[in-house]
Write a protein that binds this ligand. Structure first.
Ligand code: E4P
Length: 226
């Protein structure tokens, strides 16, 4: 499963890249606005931190297909590498995805709330579809179930389109999708740290160190022995 960071804060991105096997970064207009920086300045720094191989997903703001295509080309020219253009899954967006597919520009269908929306994006040539798990939960439906259903539809038909599940508020939502074999998730930075935020892990490690030190001496590790 690919694991992406759903944030544009470079301090967070640097920290997470240092420790975790991160596959990329997703942004949206709200996430970019939270940086308080000019958009391309922030995105160029993120691209340089990620390198060319990791994925960077950037959303358009236009509401018509022609504008979305124009924005996509501008984004790709400013931020080359493994960049995906996030296109809302609305009628103008499906038209834009089909045009961008012809141009060889990779797209991610975003603002996905239903399986049939995702199916339309897949048929329009999107590389990913992004169901909004927590926002679906907030509507009183089951976001994890919707993401699983999308995964099943894409798998059954063999579309070259994968789920990039988004909008999470807890790690349980992510774990459920990992168990279902979802291709990718994008997580808020603090939730990635929650995966290993459990005192039992650290007390276990401490007990190994203490037991070893009691017999072999303080401050020693396996490089100190022949
Ligand atoms: C994905 O890239 C979405 O834009 C994002 O996950 C939405 O998350 P939110 O519902 O927490 O705003």
């Amino acid at each position: 499963m690919k694991l992406l960071i759903d944030d544009a804060n470079v301090t967070w991105i640097k920290k997470l890249l240092k420790y975790y096997p991160i596959d990329g970064v997703t942004t949206n207009p709200t996430i970019l606005s939270r940086t308080g920086r000019p958009p391309y300045e922030a995105l160029k720094e993120i691209r340089s931190l990620l390198g060319d191989e990791r994925e960077l997903h950037i959303q358009v703001l236009s509401s018509d297909a022609e504008g979305m295509v124009k924005e996509a080309k501008k984004i790709i020219s400013e931020i080359p590498g493994n960049t995906f253009i996030k296109i809302p899954c609305v009628p103008e967006g499906f038209a834009a995805m089909q045009l961008l597919k012809e141009e060889g520009i990779h797209t991610t269908g975003t603002t996905v709330f239903t399986p049939m929306q995702a199916l339309l994006a897949a048929k329009s040539g999107a590389s990913y579809v992004a169901p909004y798990v927590n926002r679906i939960d907030l509507l009183g439906f089951d976001g994890v179930l919707v993401a699983k259903q999308i995964h099943q539809i894409l798998t059954v038909y063999g579309y070259p389109c994968r789920v990039l599940a988004a909008s999470f508020k807890n790690t349980q939502q992510m774990q459920e999708l990992a168990l279902a074999g979802i291709a990718s998730i994008t997580s808020p930075p603090d939730l990635i740290e929650e995966y290993v935020n459990n005192p039992v892990i650290y007390t276990s490690i401490q007990s190994f160190e203490d037991n070893f030190a009691r017999v072999y001496g303080e401050g020693l590790d396996m490089t100190k022995f022949d």
